[in-house]
Design a protein around this ligand. Structure first.
Ligand code: 5AD
Ligand code: SF4
Length: 424
């Protein structure tokens, strides 16, 4: 989502006649986009701003965007007086106006409002990948997970009008994009504000029918709003990717309650059973936090056992890190850093073994691969399957970039499949 914000901001600048340059030194305006979901994001920002100050010699204008800008606000001007623009992620729709003020000679401009009920729509978006385009369908978050800074930095949930989403998608298809990824912090909580009141699953189905669109992805899904009609949509249309990213965060119901995740371990497992019940074999990936305040050894073991039960196709795991304003920072029984690291490596080692085993089991299968790059090794390419697995494969054809090809799997690495291009 953060990367896509950068693409949209670049689009706003291009539309105003700016041009992108290769190095910070040759730029007259530098915008630094930030993320504050974990770790010491503010510290990182100020050390980076120091580097820019020393590197650039005061000629260029520097702006700070994103969640750290939202969080630190005008304090950034005080600590780094060489910064001219501060704009939080909930105020990007005001960027053109802020840029105009800057161009008119104002020294310092900021956009830090949070209670916007509008979304950030741009006429032009500069997209980094020529085949896969992102479309934000819902911004912000109304959930209140105890550890998470997103509701504070991105503001409340706002869904975009379904007709505008589909119009943008048709335009992208005409430009040659064949794969779209719908984005949202809780993408499946989508609530169409237009009179049409399309459900999320209906939007997926309609998107998959747009001529030229071969694949529709979506991320991130919240377990509470993951309903059977989404699984039915995946089954109903091969263009809807058979991959669901469904963050669980913890395998312990007690910890889930403390995290305010709104579901128990068993309720989460019911959602998994629903997805596993689909006719199409659907890949499931997740996010997990270890070392949430008060997480006991036994509760951590419940997270480990969840990995055995679900057998995820991929896990993004993080050590809990306290975020400003969030209720979890005030919770007792913080877990020491070394203990968090120990739990994280245990979890990652376990998942690595599970993953290799399931990838090995895929030998002999044929996957449709969207080719997104050539490897250094001659006659070797890489791409993604519909279920979002990375596939490295050999092919003697040399014009397959951006195309969809059939690949027969003949091996794997811990994180990818190996195979060869086949004609059947
Ligand atoms: N500490 C650690 N991980 C976090 N995440 C969100 N907030 C925190 C935090 N304070 C993780 C969650 C989320 C992912 C995007 O980042 O697992 O799903
Ligand atoms: Fe954060 Fe929870 Fe919202 Fe996800 S659902 S963005 S973890 S508050």
């Amino acid at each position: 989502m953060n990367e896509h914000d950068s693409e949209k901001v670049a689009g706003v600048l291009l539309a105003r006649g700016y041009r992108q340059v290769e190095t910070p030194e040759s730029a007259s305006l530098i915008l630094y986009n930030t993320c504050s979901i974990r770790e010491k994001a503010a510290q990182k920002l100020f050390s980076r701003l120091g580097v820019y100050r020393d590197l650039l010699g005061g000629e260029q204008k520097i702006g700070v965007l994103g969640c750290v800008a939202q969080q630190e606000g005008e304090a950034i001007f005080a600590r780094a007086p060489w910064v001219s623009l501060v704009c939080g992620s909930a105020s990007y729709r005001n960027l053109p106006q802020l840029l105009a003020q800057l161009e008119a000679g104002e020294e310092r401009v900021s956009g830090l409002g949070i209670d916007t009920d509008e979304t950030f729509e741009t006429e032009v978006t500069r997209r980094d990948n020529p085949w896969r385009a992102y479309i934000t369908i819902i911004e912000g978050c109304d959930k209140a997970c105890a550890y998470c800074v997103v509701p504070f930095t991105r503001g409340p949930e706002r869904s975009r009008d379904s007709a505008r989403i589909l119009a943008e998608l048709r335009k992208l298809a005409e430009l040659g994009y064949s794969e779209v990824q719908f984005l949202g912090q809780t993408v499946n909580s989508y609530a169409d504000p237009s009179p049409r009141k399309m459900r999320f699953s209906e939007l997926l189905l309609e998107a998959a029918q747009v001529p030229g669109i071969r694949r529709v992805r979506f991320t991130t899904s919240h377990p509470r709003d993951f309903t059977p009609d989404i699984v039915a949509a995946i089954d109903a249309h091969p263009g809807i990717c058979n991959h669901v990213h469904l963050p669980v965060q913890s395998g312990s119901t007690r910890v889930l309650r403390a995290m305010q995740r709104t579901y128990s371990r068993d309720e989460y497992l019911e959602k998994i059973a629903m997805i596993r019940g689909a006719r199409r074999r659907t890949a499931i990936t997740t996010d997990i936090i270890v070392g949430f305040p008060g997480e006991s050894e036994a509760e951590f073991d419940e997270t480990l056992s969840l990995l055995d039960v679900v057998k995820y196709d991929g896990v993004f795991s993080f050590k809990y890190s306290p975020r400003p304003n969030t209720p979890a920072t005030a919770m007792p029984d913080a877990i020491p850093e070394e203990e968090k690291s120990r739990r994280l490596s245990l979890l990652q080692e376990k998942q690595r073994r599970i993953q290799i085993e399931s990838l090995r089991g895929l030998a002999g299968n044929i996957f449709e691969v969207h080719v997104d790059g050539k490897s250094k090794k001659e006659n070797h390419w890489h791409g993604h399957s519909s279920c979002n697995r990375v596939v490295n494969f050999a092919s003697t054809q040399d014009d397959i970039l951006g195309r969809y090809v059939a690949v027969r799997v003949n091996g794997c690495t811990p994180n990818s499949l190996l195979g060869e291009h086949t004609s059947n």
